[in-house]
Design a protein around this ligand. Structure first.
Ligand SMILES: Cc1cc2nc3c(=O)[nH]c(=O)nc-3n(C[C@H](O)[C@H](O)[C@H](O)COP(=O)(O)O)c2cc1C
Length: 401
């Protein structure tokens, strides 16, 4: 019997049309933007972080840097942007309007108060009275806000995370998610603290603290604001491996739903997050780069994948890869690979594998008359040669010792 899959996704007590949520960021900076996102097919949105009126939040110009591949594709993105430019009252009426127009979409209000928990409580009450489905506490912004004692300054301090979560949960009538910073050695500590404080779920990760670069002529850190710079937050494809590791760690440590974030631009990325324990995913940079419309391919691609794998919904994917994530010590030392010329016609004798193997430690590949010769006795099975081959000519052959 064939089972037709659906994209309906469970996120704690919330039900999403699909697991794709716009992250708190420029694509959710206005009511109209969120409206266009919902229209394009996103299952939910987290409003760009709403801050308490009166907090000193003013953006700099410019505030972005981008690392691109040779084909112009985005590899990594850095921003030094702060919070929403709209007032709390703008968002109160905006949330109410969006929920009236899109009752079946999940709308989450990201909030940030000042160092007084009462300002977080006040924001929480105002956004939930406006009708949001959930609240996300931004205790993870890596730039600007920590200097004022909030953002990642809270998220890096588990006792503060627990206390603030508890304070907000005390007044909240909707689920409270806490958004984690990856800029901490052990992310399970603030995640556990949020759970102890009564959080309904965890969002992870916010951007990765970074300095994008320095202009070696002028010495100006990039992006340069009037000749000076500061650290920012790194996002996009380059941070996906960091996000995956953090989400898997949280999923195993805390019995709460997790929204996976970081470098998701294709349905395959989302599937990886779900397989490592996320219940749903949030996307920012890929939307800024390619527009809200990317969600259509994400929805159809994920649906086809579910069908192919025999799963009924994204819920069934959740955590399916976690049992295979083991300690380094328990990895099988008897299962090994060796390189073989899988596509001989693709090899043009460039010698990249020879150099990588020799200067990467083993000297197990030689080029003789433009033909590769492998020395199995010297090969350590590291697999570097396969990774550096620009033509994809090498393949891994598995064997057991
Ligand atoms: C320009 C920009 C602004 C952002 N603003 C916020 C924000 O206001 N609140 C927040 O919680 N996260 C903010 N983020 C972080 C994103 O929500 C997300 O956690 C991060 O970018 C990683 O996801 P991505 O790789 O899909 O971009 C921002 C990110 C970018 C690039």
């Amino acid at each position: 019997m064939t089972r037709t899959p659906i994209l309906t996704t469970t996120l704690g007590t919330l039900t999403l049309k699909n697991p794709f949520i716009l992250a708190s960021a420029p694509p959710t900076a206005s009511v109209d933007g969120i409206r266009r996102g919902f229209h394009a097919g996103w299952g939910g949105a987290v409003v760009k972080t709403i801050h308490a009126d009166g907090m000193d939040v003013k953006d700099v110009s410019p505030r972005f840097s981008a690392w691109k591949g040779t084909g112009g594709e985005l590899l990594g993105f850095e921003n030094m942007e702060l919070l929403s430019k709209k007032s709390v009252s703008y968002w109160e009426s905006g949330i109410a309007a969006l929920k009236e127009e899109y009752p079946d979409h999940i709308l989450i209000a990201s909030i940030m108060g000042d160092t007084d928990p009462a300002s977080w409580q006040d924001l929480a009450v105002r956004v939930q009275d406006a009708g949001c489905d959930a609240i996300e506490l931004n205790v993870s912004c890596p730039h600007g806000m920590p200097e004022a004692g909030v953002g990642a300054a809270i998220g890096q301090n588990p006792p503060l995370v627990e206390r603030l979560t508890r304070d907000v949960v005390r007044v909240a009538t909707v689920p409270v998610f806490v958004k984690m910073t990856p800029n901490i050695t052990d992310i399970t500590l603030p995640a556990r603290a949020a759970a102890c404080g009564g959080a309904a779920g965890i969002s992870a990760i916010n951007s990765v603290q970074s300095i994008f670069g320095v202009d070696i002529e002028s010495f100006e850190p990039q992006p340069s604001v009037g000749g000076q710079g500061t650290h920012g937050g790194y996002s996009g494809p380059a941070i996906k491996p960091i996000g995956l590791e953090k989400v898997a760690a949280i999923a195993r440590a805390v019995p709460l739903p997790v929204m996976g974030i970081g470098g998701i631009s294709r349905w395959e990325d989302a599937a990886e997050y779900l397989l490592l324990g996320a219940s749903a995913v949030q996307v920012c940079t890929a939307v800024m780069w390619n527009g809200y419309g990317i969600v259509q391919e994400m929805n159809t691609g994920l649906l086809r994948y579910l069908e192919k794998k025999g799963f009924r919904s994204p819920d069934e994917l959740q955590g399916a890869a976690l049992p295979r994530l083991v300690s380094h010590q328990s990895l099988d030392r008897k299962d090994r690979i060796r390189p073989v010329l899988g596509l001989p016609e693709a090899c043009n004798g460039c010698g990249r594998c020879v150099i990588a193997c020799r200067d990467g430690g083993y000297d197990a590949i030689r080029l003789r008359e433009k033909r590769l010769v492998f020395n199995p006795a010297a090969c350590d099975g590291c697999g570097l040669c396969i990774k550096v081959c620009p033509a994809g000519a090498l393949a891994a052959e598995r064997y057991r010792v």
